[in-house]
Design a protein around this ligand. Sequence first.
Ligand SMILES: *Cc1c(COP(=O)(O)O)cnc(C)c1O
Length: 434
Amino acid sequence: MQFYSLNKNAPNVTYAEAVVKGLAPDRGLYFPENITPLPKSFFDNIEEMDNVDIAYQAIEQFVGDEIPEADLKEILADVLSFDFPVVPITDNIGTLELFHGPTMAFKDVGARFMARCLGYFNKDNDGHVTVLVATSGDTGGAVARGFLGVKGVDVVILYPNGKVSDIQERQLTTLGQNIKALRVDGVFDDCQDMVKSAFLDEEITNVRPLTSANSINVARWLPQLFYFLFAYKQTKKLGKEIVFSVPSGNFGNICAGIVAHKLGMPVKHFIASVNSNDTVVNYLNTGKYEPKPSVATISNAMDVGNPSNFIRIQQLFENSFEDLKKDFSSLSYSDEQTKLAMKEILSNSNYVADPHGAVGYLGLKDYQLSENEYGIFLETAHPVKFGDIVEQTLNLKVAIPEQIKSVLYKEKEFKSISKYEELKSYLIKDKQYK
Ligand SMILES: *Cc1c(COP(=O)(O)O)cnc(C)c1O
């Protein structure tokens, strides 16, 4: 499969090249040349298929023959080694729990898949690539865990000092080996700006090839489509039309859901539920796309003012505003509304939702499901990852799962930086360590 740049000013590339490069040379996002629907028999038989088989059939056309069937299946079996249950919340609403992986947020699957693909492409050569990534919390941990020990890959993670939770900081500073953490005196946008400057800085990229592990990378973005297929597999027997509500920040997850729909999966409607960062909500109301600086909320993994994957969503609807609005809507919720929703879910359904999941729940409530519709909101992180807010809002204690306990008492290791020049000299000099 060939991938082209959405800025249409760069050569087409293979899957392997798209993964290694991350972003096209014209700064465009890579997008698959074709999306061929899966045969009807796939959806007829999905309840009998195991997750690895479902994932293989769905992703195979994008990977092409660059990873042979047996190797790709092995990668998928390794990546998908935990559960993705749909848990009933009310009569007509369920939540798809995506937090059963090693770092307890949904980014584990994308990060692990991308890491194993890069490792595969590097296995027979001395190719060396540095994954450079800015994180506001969950991405860093998932990428650190996913890439730990992968041959030919160094990982450098930038995170804002004092703006990530203690658990999140430990998840990205305690692993060692090929994972390095840089603590930036600034906010997330400063980290992101430094990363963007580094990608454009040939003095760095000439000596040290860089790639991104944000959802702009096709290997992190596309495997998220599995979630929607796994949800369909579990709820098909209800015989209802599915409405998905996806708590969205960079819109990578929901965009992958729309790819699953393009592959032929029946979906009635997609709701991108967001916090006060409402750029897309405004776009759908006015037709004008006006990115703005992000504002801080209690669902901070969605604090994004200019969602990078929205352009891919527009492409999936062939840039038709009317078609987009038929299948897709977006709704915004304040922190107060989010906390009330967390309380409502606890008192009505005895379920502890994290703030991101609660935003997703609100989207379904406002959609007003009909008799023959079933709503699924994605629970994108375990409540323990946002423990302070959850415990204060719900007045309870969240038990700490094993995955998290294992990092709690390890020593944090990081280097502090405050200026781009420090990142630059680090990337150029630190090349010696490999
Ligand atoms: C990253 C993240 C999101 C947003 O996902 P996008 O694909 O960027 O829209 C939502 N919730 C949690 C917990 C996250 O970590």
